[in-house]
Design a protein around this ligand. Sequence first.
Ligand code: GAP
Length: 464
Amino acid sequence: MTLEQLVNYAKTYGYIFQGSEIYGGLSNTWDYGPLGVTLKRLIKDAWWDAFITHDAKVVGLDSALLMHPKTWEASGHVGGFSDPLIDCKSCKTRHRADHLIEGADLGLSADGLDKDALERLIDEHAIQCPKCGAHDFTPIRAFNLMFKTQLGVTENNLQDIYLRPETAQGIFLNYKNVQRTSRLKVPFGIGQIGKSFRNEITPGNFIFRTREFEQAELEFFCEPGTEKMWFDAYKEKMRTFLRTLGLPESSFKFADHPEEKLSHYSNATTDIMYEFPWGYDELWGLASRTDYDLTQHQTASGVNLEYIDPLTNARYLPYVVEPSLGIDRLFLALIHAALRDEEIENGTRTLLAIDPSLAPVQVAVLPLIKKRHKALAESTFQSLLGHFRVQYDEAGAIGRRYRRQDAIGTPVCVTIDDDSLEQETVTLRMRDSMDQITIPLKDLPDTLSTHLTSEAPWQPQKKS
Ligand code: GAP
């Protein structure tokens, strides 16, 4: 599927709409429709279950989006959270210099290069503006990505603050509160999910790079010297999580950052790169951040953030391992991996073969003939409503209704027909195989439960 097909699909079936569409749209903003919001919620729940609920060493947090401005000075975002901005003097378009270089199809990498090195590359290779073809650029400027806003209600009492560009700092600021109240001993982690904002120079590729997006971040606090072990453990956990949600292992890979390109505070970093329609791109980052963040906040706030080991009385600032996931990017990857057009006996069908645990609609109840089967179909629908994500659909030919459910990813359709009235049986029609089986109506809830139960390894296993 191309990116354009994905965008069309998402709009057609109510997964994602363009933001502010009736006013002509606001560029690079997207609204999640009824199916989209459900899928997004299920992805977040799966992450929360896997990384927090079923891990005794990790707890959750929901910190404020607006934070004290000193946070962003201490974290380095005020001084250093910028992208290299360059303007084409000819057509006045604005570019990210590193993207300009890497997009020029010359096999060049701009990874970790400073302003001078980027300018040199652009000149040496006479790189052209992708819009007008000119090679006539302004010098590169550092463009801070944080959105500024003002807090306060009177003109002379306004305070400049920022919308958070990541959720992580809310965790660092609460690390002592959480540790004390949860009585957790190092090693332990704190996770949270929430919106982040970055004034990206070149947003694009649908929901891949936007200015408002959602992150699922976890800061794992450990004893210095043990961070590599936890880094490796999280690497495996991330891989298992993606696989279990249905992303084929062949569709993503780890890109370890070489030592010379690590950020000054990191002693190991890797990114999971998923093969999006435009090529491999970052889905999920994992960084071993040493004690950089806690040191910065301890110095800037004057509050002692050291941990005291209850056994040895040793005092230290824990090291941190941080898996940081973009929820919208995972959403895009999951749809991309699951969506296909398939040749079938009498034409083609669009199929979203998404893992049943993530299907926004798990079961569709369909009366074969509206007039005759409506009453039983409706009561069956009502009886399932409290237990599954169910949809009732009586409009149009049965084949077209199956096609629609295939397209939105519904794993099972339950058809009510004459046999249902006469013999109290129902037909289950399976999304992927299109197989149909007949079962007694009374067995329906149990059969559906078995079929739809997630085998996710982080779920408590049922005792046999
Ligand atoms: N606390 C570390 C941190 O924020 P990051 O690599 O800047 O690291 C982490 O971001 C993840 O957030 C990325 O791997 C990506 O999935 C997601 N992300 C970052 N910027 C994004 C954007 N503009 N739009 C959508 N997702 C974004």
